[in-house]
Design a protein around this ligand. Sequence first.
Ligand SMILES: [Zn+2]
Length: 77
Amino acid sequence: MDERRDPQPGDESPRRPVAAAVTLPPVQQAWSRYATHTLACPACRDIDQRCEESGRLYRAWQAQADAAYRRLRAETA
Ligand SMILES: [Zn+2]
């Protein structure tokens, strides 16, 4: 049986708290906007409806991801 112990120096919790002031990279911000929208939008949740905003946010995320990939490729080439 494991006994609870105080954190030791060098212990790294996999889920440490994130400071509120931290800003996500643009790719993650774009994905967050898309996911937040689709979870809350009635049209996105209805399989029989189309949502132009969702498509726009998804394409914006794709553009950010493509740009990040191109930058990474240029840096490692
Ligand atoms: Zn929507």
